[in-house]
Write a protein that binds this ligand. Structure first.
Ligand code: ZN
Length: 484
């Protein structure tokens, strides 16, 4: 079955065909480390992490690159406010981002290039654009001549060719808001290089001391690591204009080739249907959310909706995600309890997908339905529904005590949840060290039950509960559970 992806460039779902047979060049715009991360950031990186993992599951080698905009107006402004060096401020938030990435179980990209380490390549590209007549110098700055690039607006559908007057009017207003500058020949033009002011960090260039504009870095870095044409370029919806539009203008004017084959954009996180953003002041930082919710609950919540839909944030939504995630964990844990009671071998193999049992299970009807959902523009909401069907099947087998097939099904379950969706199941309780005193109490309770001394059994259960464990009586014997 082909994989269908919604391409912002064409405005429709298309069959995904990378340039090379089994290899994918993928780039996602990284953070500007000037402040702490919020849920909108987490959504973007979790979404593209799942897309990447699913493509890997489908047998592709994915070269995934994500940058850090470690010098930029926002960093300079904030560092001046705080009285710290821009480089120190950026480093602090880069480290914070890396820590959160680990908590959210994001697979590291092949590289995290940084603007400050890419200056000579950026300058070279700007020089090339000047030479080709797409850019001009003005008072130590270099601007891109938007009107020289006839296809400008093709991604954000503000086509200069289609309805130029309307497009120019709306873009002029947006640019005035985003980047006003009298030194431009045309209000539509945007900065490739900015002359530095007194006290600002600078790099030496043919146009004097300065620093790059925001957009040029992504063109340069993606080209440096992945070549002139990318298969997938991702980012949040809010980057479509002007950032990604400008990336296309720079890259395609420079190489004369198509820059990106498939543009993928994730939807906003909203609060009361309004976009969550720093500028609106209605955002939740990851730090705040992680105080109340396990990062994996947050990850679960972020993939519980299709990546292009808006995701409305509320505590109730997160609570719902928590209980769904805990039910997935509980089934996993229960199965391990049975394995330990029955001496069943698990896992089937560490490299599940390669083993013959694994391959067989990957032909399971639920796996097929999971793939159908994910092939349809990475529908993780439906993918999760299929994981719940698999859970139902596992529960049925447990109920009917048809347990011979459990290790295989649980291996498949773990594989789809962990390897493909990137959620991490905690170590089963049977593999954890439980205090001897609790095991003793459990033993005594069993004896009391056998002697029909239910008062004593009940008291012992309460004692165990006071030590933060619950008991579930099952056909396989009493099962301990950690209180959540
Ligand atoms: Zn970018």
């Amino acid at each position: 079955m082909p994989i269908l992806v919604y391409n912002t460039l064409t405005g429709k779902k298309e069959e995904f065909i990378p340039q090379e047979d089994k290899k994918i060049k993928m780039y996602v715009c990284g953070i500007t480390p000037y402040d702490t991360c919020h849920l909108g950031h987490a959504r973007c990186y979790v979404v593209f992490d799942v897309i990447r993992r699913y493509l890997e599951y489908r047998g592709y080698q994915v070269d995934y690159i994500q940058n850090f905009t470690d010098i930029d107006d926002k960093i300079i402004k904030r560092s001046q406010e705080l009285g710290v060096k821009p480089a120190d401020l950026a480093e602090k938030y880069v480290q914070e981002f890396l820590l959160y990435s680990e908590k959210l179980n994001l697979k590291p990209p092949k590289a995290y290039p940084r603007v400050t380490q890419m200056m000579s390549q950026i300058i070279k590209m700007i020089e090339g654009l000047v030479k080709k007549g797409y850019a001009y110098e003005s008072d130590g700055n270099v601007f891109y001549s938007v009107r020289k690039f006839a296809e400008y607006g093709k991604l954000s559908k503000r086509n200069l060719v289609g309805d130029p007057d309307k497009a120019v009017k709306s873009m002029t207003e947006e640019f005035r808001r985003i980047e006003p500058d009298e030194r431009k020949n045309d209000p539509l033009d945007f900065a490739l290089w900015k002359a530095s002011k007194e006290g600002e960090p600078f790099w030496v260039s043919p146009w004097g001391k300065g620093r790059p504009g925001w957009h040029i870095e992504c063109s340069t870095m993606s080209m440096e690591y992945l070549g002139e044409t990318l298969d997938i370029h991702g980012g949040g919806q809010d980057l479509i204009f002007p950032h990604h539009e400008n990336e296309i203008a720079q890259s395609e004017a420079y190489t004369g080739k198509q820059f990106v084959r498939y543009w993928l954009h994730n939807g906003f996180v909203t609060i009361n249907k309004e976009k969550m953003s720093k500028s609106l002041g209605n955002f939740f930082t990851l730090e705040e959310i992680f105080q109340k919710f396990d990062p994996l609950v947050v990850r679960y919540y972020l993939i519980s909706q299709h990546y292009r839909s808006p995701l409305d944030f509320s505590n109730a939504q997160l609570e719902q995600a928590r209980s769904a995630w805990e039910s997935l964990i509980d089934t996993y844990d229960f199965a391990h309890f049975i394995f330990s009671k029955k001496g069943l071998k698990y896992p089937i193999t560490p490299a599940f997908a390669e083993a013959s049992v694994g391959r067989q299970l990957l032909n399971h009807s639920i796996t097929k339905r999971f793939e159908l959902a994910m092939d349809d523009d990475f529908n993780t909401a439906e993918g999760l529904a299929q994981i719940f069907s698999l859970r139902e099947e596992i529960i049925q087998r447990i109920k009917t005590q048809d347990i011979g097939s459990l290790p295989g099904l649980i291996s498949l379950y773990r594989y789809l949840i962990e390897d493909v969706l990137g959620l991490k199941l905690p170590e089963p309780l049977t593999a954890q060290k439980i205090d001897d005193s609790i095991l003793n109490l459990l033993d005594q309770r069993e004896k009391a039950r056998k002697n029909n001394d239910f008062t004593l059994a009940d008291n012992l259960r309460k004692e165990i509960e006071n030590k933060d464990y619950l008991i579930e009586d099952t056909p396989f014997g009493p099962r301990l559970k950690k209180k959540s």
